[in-house]
Design a protein around this ligand. Structure first.
Ligand code: COA
Length: 81
């Protein structure tokens, strides 16, 4: 599974990327991610802002689709309410 949270126009967050353990490393996560990115490219103008938080298991997959680390230019911040 995986989903997009966004404003429908400019800002999109890829969230909840998960493949059942017994089906991992078969291309499912990549197919889900490609489908989500295709959907964003269809709906949003070129240059739309797509972000995600990469846990270690997903990092290589995201990098393979062009996501880059923000490095020292930004830190993720979180608030539980
Ligand atoms: C991250 C996650 C969603 C990836 O899902 P997935 O279905 O395993 O993803 P894919 O199969 O498309 O790709 C994973 C790896 O398998 C490889 N792969 C894809 N098809 C393959 C095949 N037929 N044979 C062998 N390897 C294959 C990919 O090249 C990739 O390798 P890499 O990590 O060395 O780059 C999955 O590992 C997961 O659910 N992890 C636990 C939950 C989690 O941490 N989610 C949050 C991530 S931010």
């Amino acid at each position: 599974m995986g989903r997009i949270i966004g404003d429908g126009g400019w800002y999109f967050l890829i969230a909840d990327m998960t493949t059942l353990p017994e089906h991992q490393r078969c291309g499912i996560g990549g197919a889900v991610l490609d489908s989500l990115l295709d959907d964003i490219r269809t709906r949003a103008p070129r240059g739309a802002y797509v972000s995600l938080t990469a846990d270690p298991p997903g990092r290589r997959l995201y990098e393979s689709r062009g996501f880059t680390d923000l490095g020292a230019s930004a830190d993720a911040m979180l608030l539980y309410t």
